[in-house]
Design a protein around this ligand. Sequence first.
Ligand SMILES: [Zn+2]
Length: 244
Amino acid sequence: MPNKTPNAKLLWMQFEDVLAPRLGLTVKERAVYSYLLRHSLVVGKVRLQFAVMALARTLRLSIGATRYAVRRLDELGALRVLERNKTGHLVEMRLPEKIRAIGAGKNGATLITGATGERPASTIESTDFLKTWELRKAIHDREGGPCFYCLRRTPANVRCLDHVVPRVRFGRNSYRNLVSCCLECNTRKGDRAAPDFLRTLYRQGRLTSAELDARLRSLKDVAAGKLRPRLKVENGNWKIEIRN
Ligand SMILES: [Zn+2]
């Protein structure tokens, strides 16, 4: 990707007027994105290496909150974590206009115009999918029946929604962090990381190696927002979209 310094004024407007409100960024996430942007795209660099601890100190945030903000920005597609090791994170920053989740137009001008005064009350990215029965059902429907983890067919009365990143680790009620699973997997997984739990199922012979690989890929797809529930906006509310 060629290193090109973008129009800083346009970038700032896109960030404040479109990106932050549409992705429902918190003040902390805004601070982290803004700082990383300043040291990457604003000076013509796409990639940036940083240590979470140093970033937290600079922004006067806790390390946990900073790490969570980076992870959430990654989930939302505002940046991509390329590497994570002891020395820190290597990330690739995305220009607001390149972030698919905000439904950006091809150029910045379209983006700004489209955002003025006609932003929907709620976007799929900022929607709490535990909020209503319909939203919860949309996640169950997305999985189509089997438990996300063990792949057993799960009757509606014993299936539940599981946080891939547990709530104790600040996992959100987003469609990118909720999966439909059986009660047993939900209980057994507890606060463990989802990939670890899947590997346990594999070791216990509940998943084949091909199924394990497919499950791990699906986990990534969920986090990347590739598995969207079928929803449409009707009278300002989300409705399940019925497709034939
Ligand atoms: Zn299960």
